[in-house]
Design a protein around this ligand. Sequence first.
Ligand code: FAD
Length: 492
Amino acid sequence: MKVDIEKYDVVIIGAGVIGSAVARELSRYKISAALLDKETDAAEGISKANSGVIHAGFNVKPGSLKAKFNLEGLTELPKLADELGVEYRFCKKLVVGQTGEEKKILEKLLGQGIKNSVPGLSIIGRKEIEKIQPNLTAEWALFSEKTGIVTPYLFTIALAENAHKNGVEVKLKSEVTSINKNKDGSYRIGINNKKFINCDWVINAAGLFSDKTAKMAGEDIGSVYPCRGEYFILDKRAGKELDTAVYPVPCRDNRGLGIHLTPTLNGNILIGPSAEYIDETMDRSTTAEVMYQLKREAFELMPQLSKYSFIRSFSGIRPKLFNSNSNEKFADFYIKESEVNPGFVNLHGIESPGLTSAPAIARYVVENIIGNKRDLREKEVFFPTWEKIERFNKFGYRTKDIYIKSDRNYSKLICRCEEITEAEVLKAINNPINAVSLDAVKKRTHSMMGRCQAGFCMSRIIELIKKEKKIPPTELVLNNMKSKVIFSMRKY
Ligand SMILES: Cc1cc2nc3c(=O)[nH]c(=O)nc-3n(C[C@H](O)[C@H](O)[C@H](O)COP(=O)(O)OP(=O)(O)OC[C@H]3O[C@@H](n4cnc5c(N)ncnc54)[C@H](O)[C@@H]3O)c2cc1C
């Protein structure tokens, strides 16, 4: 029996921020590409759960790829976000120290920042700190003007959806299960142990699984060691208290940047992340001990936070390139075309500042790696802007009125806490890359993210998905294919 095999110039494995940024960058050119992810949506891996900080670049080792791409990303991310229409904000950052010894660490960081040509850095004392961010316990701070925030999963989704609009085939629920070389040097990618795709280029942007994907092509690029970071989210009422990202002096073991307070664009505060090596790559649980530690350390930085509610915990996982017993303190991004497998590009160990660096990494992969070997001709027609779902509750009364007149579903409130309307939820359900899950709606609309944590709106959203997608509630998942939300229906 003859099997039809799809063929693309480029296959990108992984619809995290890195793979999606590569897809979006490629979509400017006359080149066929597919973006594959094993999950039900883009941004279901590391890119879903992180601090969302646009790093200024003083935490990274001078001369490293991390420094290069962080600094380039610092300029490119805002430009790309503007082009797509994704929200971000330069909220500024204070890395605070309490003692003379910590002040010396801050000065060292400043020196590193200067070496990296990071703009807008200075060491300030208590009085100036108080003017920028009141109510902190801090004697000294490294102040960074050029630190920002972005919603990481929304930025990733914008990249993937806009890449799709510009012709990239986005294939969700498509796990790469084998990679073989054809006689002509092209690659044959096996999907879900069922189908195959042929391609000339493979971009391995599989995040926590990049080592495994490389191995499928017969290449050992070293292991990924998962290191979990747990977070707490504070109620939006607390958000008014924090305008600036606040960090302690960084951990000496280089596992992470320490437990910090970060404002989100949605008005919440994130507290975290912790840093703990784990055995199971996707173990995203949160633990009572760490929650206690987060609260304690957050209150030390900003005592008045204790009066606000902690509404949810979550965790993200770092793809570390050394394990907990290693003496290594630094591992750089691993970004190269394979020497044994031409056309196979590994993006490996893309931990922080990977989000900030994503646009610069994508441009490098497309222009300097692919573009080095083949002609890249720009498309005559390119749609730069993402068709985002407007937040109805941010409009003034007049605009709300116009929207309601054009679509009555704007008058129906689905999520009370976040004030999300049925029209917004319907748009999210009918997203262009056909991501169907409760989290696909949550990430696109912010419904289910408020104080009641979906108590009111989830059942309504399940009903809407059932109606729009003809999916019975018992088959609907929260995010991955194993995360069913309803196991049986008593009344239907
Ligand atoms: C706790 C934490 C905090 C962070 N904070 C920041 C920050 O503030 N600022 C910053 O710049 N960076 C930060 N980072 C780093 C940043 O989040 C990552 O560098 C970035 O998200 C990595 O993206 P990725 O696309 O490489 O990986 P992912 O987002 O994990 O994407 C990889 C994708 O590949 C898919 N995949 C894997 N295997 C297969 C397969 N076989 N077939 C098909 N698909 C597959 C996965 O499903 C996944 O969607 C943080 C990271 C963590 C963990």
